[in-house]
Design a protein around this ligand. Structure first.
Ligand SMILES: [Zn+2]
Length: 442
């Protein structure tokens, strides 16, 4: 059997045209679009839905169960079908038009992550129609609230647990194949996330400005004092260290760096002091890899120009490195802020994820399928700076991996949540091939 590319393309474009935009408080009409997406999925893949059980979990979770030949060692393939909004005026094409232009399809969700969902369904459909039965049970789990950190993913994970499923392999979105490679690395690299940093929002506030008229101000208003606190946070970064996933990444890449740099990559723990000392000047991406980061993103004061605020607050977004916790990060902020009246409060957050195993069959299978699909590509574990739905599944197994099976340049990665998000048709077809191989290997 051969893949029919025109059919894949049309089904994918149908998915992109549905405006499944996640918002914090969706109304009835928004919920109806998500229901329409689920109905459309059934219509697009009749073979899959006729043969296997499908469940609606929670408000939007889709779970499809493909039984295998043997019990145990189940796998879960994840994606999400909600997207973020798009500012149409800035786009070259209608963000929900699924326009095909010079070998690319434009639209919100073409990379994040309707392409993944489509490729998983195409692979399942192709294998179903060719009579294939997987070795072990496969679960296809699609969330609908990833972009607003809704309960969908945790509900899906809890549902699997309640069914007594103990997966041996879970794959969600994450790193991709980076064609430009990494600095100093000669080959293109497939980055597989084995851990993700935690995310936390803290509010730092000072009260007791006593208000009053702006015509007779004190030397520092509460906003001035908070500005000083913001600078203290920026001037006292969290300490740098090499986390276990970062050490593994360096080791995996060591064979592909020129000889002079190779010892640094092969024995990163020995080079740690030098690597950490250089982190601040190696750019924001490298810096984020070796330490928890804090970004002051929100400021609240008074809305009138001529009134002294009696309270002001800063919002700080912290990304927690492995080893840090919600409490230790709050403690760090309290220590670097010298104003005795400043209070630090956690608004919401998650701790860093556990680190998934790489010395196991599950990871070796994934690595093999990646190498078969993209020739001459080095596979490297790494740690994600952002959060994924996968963090809710880490209680089910130590084999949770985060990899989006497509080649993505730096420019393409920048269009995720940005303008002109688009995928090449080659990337889409290759993703289907990847999932067919993966389903056969699991
Ligand atoms: Zn996203």
């Amino acid at each position: 059997m051969k893949l029919k590319k025109s059919g894949i393309l049309e089904r994918f474009r149908t998915m992109i045209r549905l405006k499944t935009i996640s918002t914090d408080s969706p109304g009835k009409s928004e919920e109806a679009v998500f229901a329409q997406f689920r109905a459309t999925l059934k219509a697009l893949y009749p073979a899959v839905f006729a043969k296997y059980d499908a469940f609606l979990v929670g408000r939007r979770g889709i779970l499809i169960h493909i039984p295998g030949r043997q019990p145990g060692s189940e796998s879960v393939l994840m994606a999400h079908y909600d997207v973020v909004s798009a500012d149409e005026s800035a786009w070259a094409f209608d963000p929900f038009g699924a326009v095909l232009h010079e070998g690319r399809i434009y639209g919100r969700g073409t990379l994040d992550t309707k392409s993944t969902l489509c490729a998983v369904m195409e692979a399942a459909s192709f294998l179903t129609e060719s009579g294939f039965v997987p070795e072990h049970d496969l679960y296809l789990a699609f969330g609908g609230e990833e972009e607003v950190s809704g309960p969908c993913a945790s509900e899906l994970a809890a549902y699997l647990e309640s069914r007594g499923v103990h997966p041996d392999f879970i794959l969600d979105e994450g790193g991709s194949v980076i064609p430009e490679g990494l600095p100093g690395v000669r080959k293109q690299a497939a980055m597989v996330g084995i851990a993700e940093k935690g995310t936390a929002n803290y509010m730092i506030s000072i009260e007791g400005g006593n208000g009053g008229h702006a015509s007779t101000p004190p030397r520092h208003t509460v906003i001035g004092r908070l500005a000083a606190a913001a600078l203290e946070i920026e001037n006292h970064p969290f300490p740098a260290s090499l986390s276990p996933p970062v050490i593994q990444m360096f080791r995996a890449l060591s064979g592909e760096v020129p000889l002079p740099e190779r010892p640094f990559f092969a024995h990163p723990e020995l080079a740690a002091p030098a690597i950490c000392a250089a982190a601040g000047v190696l750019g924001p991406t490298f810096n984020a890899m070796v330490r928890s980061t804090a970004a002051v993103t929100v400021i609240e004061g008074h809305s009138a120009f001529n009134v002294l605020p009696d309270r002001a607050a800063l919002g700080v977004n912290v990304r927690l490195l492995y080893g840090d916790t919600l409490e230790s990060a709050a403690e760090h902020l309290r220590q670097v802020i010298t104003d005795p009246d400043a209070s630090v409060d956690l608004i919401a957050g998650t701790n860093p994820s556990p680190v998934s195993e790489t010395d196991c069959d599950a990871f070796r299978k994934l690595k093999r399928v990646i190498s078969e699909t993209w020739r001459d590509t080095i596979v490297a574990p790494y740690q994600l700076n952002g959060g994924t739905d996968a963090r809710f599944y880490t209680g089910l197994t130590d084999h949770v991996y985060r990899f989006s099976p497509m080649v993505m340049t730096k420019e393409e990665r920048a269009t995720v949540h940005g303008i002109n998000e688009s995928i090449s048709t080659d990337n889409l077809f290759r993703a289907v091939v990847f999932y067919i191989r993966l389903m056969r290997a699991l």
